[in-house]
Ligand binder design. Structure first.
Ligand SMILES: [Zn+2]
Length: 387
C-alpha cells in the first residue's frame, strides 16, 4: 500500500482505541490507513518525524463561532484552527434558518478546515453580539422559526449536526425557557441532538438540564456563580448528577463569560469531568480569556485532569456528541485528521472569565495539523522535521 503521509515516532494518544504508545500513523486516500511501528513509505510519501511530540486524532472544538463576515461574533476558522490544532470546528448557532445558506456557501464550502454546525432555532442566529450592540436573539419569540429550522436542517444534514438555542437572562430575557421548548420540538422533529446555552438566571441551571434528553449537550457547564453547577458546600447539584446519569452531555464552552476555575476545581474534586472541552471562540474572547482550544485544554491540564482524558474530551467524546464516529479517532478507516501537540513545562499564567489567575506548570501547544490525510499548515511547521 502507498501512503500519502506517515507521522513517525510520536506518542500516539487515541482514547477511541485506548491507545497510548510511541508508534507511527499512516494516511492514504484521505483516511487513516494504519497505526503501527516501522511503517515504510515510498518516494511519494510525505514522511514527518514527530518524535518527542504527541499525535492525537484531529481536535474537534465542539463550540465555536466561525461565520466570519456573516455575524459580528464570527472568527476566521482557518486562522483559528492553524494556531489551535483544531481540524473540526463545530459552529454553534451563529446561523439560523434565515441565513444558513450564506454560511454554507461562503464559509463552510470554502474552508479547508472541517466545519459542522448546530443550527439556531432563532431565524437569523446570533445576529447582534458585539462590544456595543448586544441583543438576545432568543428573547423575541417572533424570531423563533421552528418550521424553517426543520426544513434547513433536513436540507443540510451533511453539515448540520444539531439544533442550538440560547436561554438565560441575557440570551432569552423575559421569554425564559420558551425558546428551549421550541428548539426541543425542532430537535425531536429532525432527530438531532440539541445544544443548550445557559447564562445568568432565570432560567436556572436545574430548569434547563431537566428539559434535556439523552445525547443533548449543555454548554457553558462550568460557568461561574450565578448559575454554577455547584452548591455553596462545593458539591454538585443533584439535578446535574441526575442529568448526567440520564445521558445529558456537559460541554465547557469557555467563551467570554462561561468558565471559572472555582467551578472547575469543585467539579473535578467531585470527579465530575466535562464530557467535552471547547473554547466557544468568538471575536470577544479570542484575545482572552478563552483564546483557543489548546489554551482551554491547558487549563484543565493545570487543574489536574489527566492528558488522555483531556484529549478524549476534545476528540472521541466530541465526535460522539455530533454522532460522527468517523471523526475523533485514528482507527484505520477513520477520517484522516490528526493533531500534533506538545506539552511544555514552565510557568504559565492563565485567567478565567471572572479574572482569577492560575499559575500553571504546563502548556499544551499545537505543532501541526493533518486534514484529510495531508499535512495542512506548513506556515506553522517549525517544530516538526521533514525526514
Ligand atoms: Zn457560543
Amino acid at each position: 500500500m502507498t501512503y500519502d503521509l506517515i507521522l513517525r515516532g510520536g506518542r500516539v494518544i487515541d482514547p477511541s482505541q485506548k491507545l497510548d504508545a510511541v508508534t507511527d500513523v499512516a494516511f492514504a486516500g484521505g483516511k487513516v490507513a494504519r497505526v503501527g511501528a516501522g511503517l515504510q513509505g515510498d518516494a511519494s510519501t510525505d514522511i514527518r518525524d514527530v518524535s518527542g511530540a504527541i499525535v492525537s486524532p484531529g481536535l474537534i472544538d465542539l463550540h465555536t463561532h466561525v461565520y466570519w463576515g456573516g455575524t459580528s461574533l464570527g472568527v476566521d476558522a482557518e486562522d483559528f484552527c492553524r494556531r489551535s490544532g483544531v481540524t473540526t470546528a463545530v459552529d454553534t448557532g451563529s446561523a439560523g434558518p434565515g441565513n444558513f445558506a450564506g454560511f454554507r456557501k461562503h464559509v463552510i464550502e470554502r474552508s479547508q478546515v472541517r466545519i459542522l454546525a448546530y443550527l439556531h432555532v432563532s431565524f437569523a442566529g446570533i445576529y447582534a453580539y458585539s462590544a456595543r450592540v448586544m441583543v438576545g436573539e432568543s428573547e423575541e419569540l417572533r424570531m423563533m422559526a421552528p418550521v424553517d429550522a426543520v426544513q434547513v436542517a433536513n436540507a443540510n444534514r451533511d453539515v448540520i449536526v444539531g439544533i442550538k438555542v440560547r436561554v438565560g437572562a441575557i440570551a432569552s430575557g423575559r421569554s425564559g425557557t420558551v425558546p428551549l421548548d421550541i428548539a426541543l420540538q425542532v430537535a425531536n422533529e429532525v432527530g438531532l441532538p440539541l445544544m443548550a446555552h445557559i447564562d445568568q438566571p432565570p432560567p436556572n441551571y436545574e430548569e434547563v438540564v431537566a428539559r434535556l434528553r439523552p445525547g443533548d449537550v449543555l454548554t457553558h457547564a462550568f460557568r461561574p456563580f450565578p448559575n454554577a453547577p455547584t452548591t455553596v458546600q462545593g458539591t454538585v447539584k443533584p439535578a446535574v448528577i441526575e442529568a448526567r446519569q440520564r445521558g445529558v452531555l456537559f460541554d465547557i464552552g469557555h467563551g467570554k463569560g462561561s468558565f471559572a476555575f472555582k467551578t472547575a476545581r469543585a467539579m473535578l474534586a467531585n470527579d465530575f469531568r466535562p464530557d467535552t472541552i471547547s473554547s466557544d471562540v468568538h471575536t470577544l474572547c479570542i484575545n482572552g480569556p478563552a483564546f483557543d482550544q489548546v489554551t482551554t485544554m491547558s487549563k484543565f491540564l493545570c487543574l489536574g485532569m489527566p492528558l488522555p482524558d483531556i484529549i478524549a474530551a476534545s476528540t472521541a467524546n466530541a465526535a460522539f456528541a455530533v454522532k460522527r464516529p468517523e471523526l475523533g479517532s485514528l482507527k484505520p478507516g477513520s477520517v484522516g485528521d490528526a493533531t500534533i501537540l506538545s506539552v511544555k513545562n514552565g510557568r504559565f499564567d492563565y485567567v478565567d472569565v471572572v479574572g482569577e489567575h492560575l499559575e500553571g506548570d504546563r502548556r499544551i501547544t499545537s505543532e501541526g495539523v493533518v486534514i484529510a490525510g495531508r499535512w495542512w499548515h506548513p506556515k506553522h511547521a517549525s517544530a516538526v522535521k521533514s525526514a
